[in-house]
Design a protein around this ligand. Structure first.
Ligand code: PLP
Length: 398
């Protein structure tokens, strides 16, 4: 029997990070002591002032009705104010569309702007959903490879080498998932100027903008390269900064013509985001910063534990991530041999062996266009983190 499914979905890859998380959860439910480095989400609960605002919102009948597709006006104002305060980007609330997470905001953008023949540059290692969403829109994702030797940052020369007459857009993410790389301000400015010079649109995914460590600072493309602001779309959300992955509130900030197209699309597909979650997002953006800073400090401590622990493992090399909550070590030196009685040639093989034998869940670099590496989220308790890395070291020593 031929498949009843459309080609677009048959060709779609399942999100490998969600798949690893689901497999680890299933093993845990079956009683296995699995340590999960897979999930791309904070382990903290949402701060109480945000939860309380949502609890109040539930009882207000105004929130029981449909509201404006693009978002509650009070939230759009709060997004504009928070963006200006944090990155310095001056935002017209009319350009804001509140979506079901940053993931949905990206989907909207690609659907609104990308079609057959359009090429979209994505520095690799890349977040798993970019290429799939670009393909869903009929476009062509073009990976721009980077390695640990350049801190996983794409230079203007790298981007220029990938540019063709069909290049319409660049997806820029700093801090990066999966590498934790943070572009310094001069490199952000250079990328923005290059895009402006060639008439290329920039999607700047700023979902990890508050999670930077040490000497690293967050810098926004349209602020440092104002010449590209008219061709820039900012993507952000409350998921990572405020430990709100489950609430599903993200947004795009686009020039008016693009914002109108995104709103039209969203009005036919999903309408407004849950009002209770939108009110919670207002509380997050306008509330105290101390709970947010406390989480950042905890991530920073775990980051150093993770990097030091991984670099102490024979054959593993981990560049220091400066943002987000991921470490992206190279396992290239441990491939091509038997580990725990199993032949391991690729990082895909390796994560299978690590899960089966050491009960540790990692996401293989193959998922991010970077074989030889694996991603570990360090958004888990310090003790679990240390124990998980000990298990990896023990298995690799066998
Ligand atoms: N962008 C990047 C780089 C991410 O890592 C994620 C989540 O993992 C998102 C966007 C989307 O986040 P959400 O849809 O939860 O707001």
């Amino acid at each position: 029997m031929t498949s009843p499914l459309a080609a677009r979905v048959l060709e779609l890859e399942e999100s490998p990070t969600l798949a690893v998380t689901a497999r680890a959860k299933a093993l845990r439910a079956a009683g296995e002591p699995v340590i999960g480095f897979g999930a791309g989400e904070p382990d903290f609960p949402t701060p109480p002032h945000i939860v309380e605002a949502a609890a109040r919102a539930v009882t207000d009948p105004a929130n029981h009705r449909y509201t404006a597709t693009a978002g509650l006006p009070v939230l759009k104002e709060a997004i504009a104010a928070a963006t200006k305060a944090h990155s310095g980007f001056v935002v017209d609330p009319a350009g804001v569309t509140v979506s079901n997470g940053g993931k949905h905001a990206l989907y909207n953008i690609f659907q609104a702007m990308i079609g057959p023949g359009d090429e979209v540059l994505i520095p690799a290692p890349y977040w798993v959903s970019y290429p799939e969403q670009i393909r869903l829109a009929g476009g062509t994702p073009v990976a721009v490879p980077t390695t640990k030797d350049t801190g996983f940052r794409a230079s203007v020369a790298d981007l220029e080498a990938a540019r063709t007459a069909r290049t319409k857009m660049l997806v820029f993410v700093s801090p990066s998932n999966p590498t934790g790389a943070v572009y310094p301000p001069d490199e952000v400015a250079a990328v923005g100027r290059w895009a402006a010079e060639h008439g290329i649109w920039v999607i700047t995914d700023e979902i990890y903008d508050h999670l930077v460590y040490g000497a690293a600072t967050f810098a926004s493309v349209p602020v440092l390269a104002p010449e590209v602001a008219e061709r820039t779309i900012v993507v952000n959300g409350v998921a990572k900064t405020y430990a709100m992955t489950g609430w599903r509130v993200g947004w795009s900030i686009a020039p008016n013509e693009v914002a109108a197209a995104i709103n039209k699309l969203q009005s036919q597909v999903t309408s407004n985001v849950c009002n209770v979650a939108q009110v919670a997002a207002v509380a997050a953006l306008t509330g105290p910063s101390e709970p947010i800073e406390a989480m950042r400090v905890a991530f920073d401590r775990r980051r150093r534990l993770a990097v030091d622990g991984l670099n102490a493992v024979e054959g593993v090399v981990c560049v220091e991530p400066e943002g987000a909550f991921y470490a992206f070590p190279s396992f290239e030196a441990v491939l091509g041999r038997d580990i725990g009685g199993t032949r391991v040639d690729t990082t895909l093989d390796l994560v299978g062996v690590l899960l089966d034998q050491a009960k540790v869940a990692l996401v293989p670099g193959e998922a991010f266009g970077a074989p030889g590496y694996a991603r570990l989220s360090y958004a888990l308790g310090d003790d679990e983190l240390v124990e998980g890395i000990r298990r990896i070291a023990d298995l690799l020593a066998k």
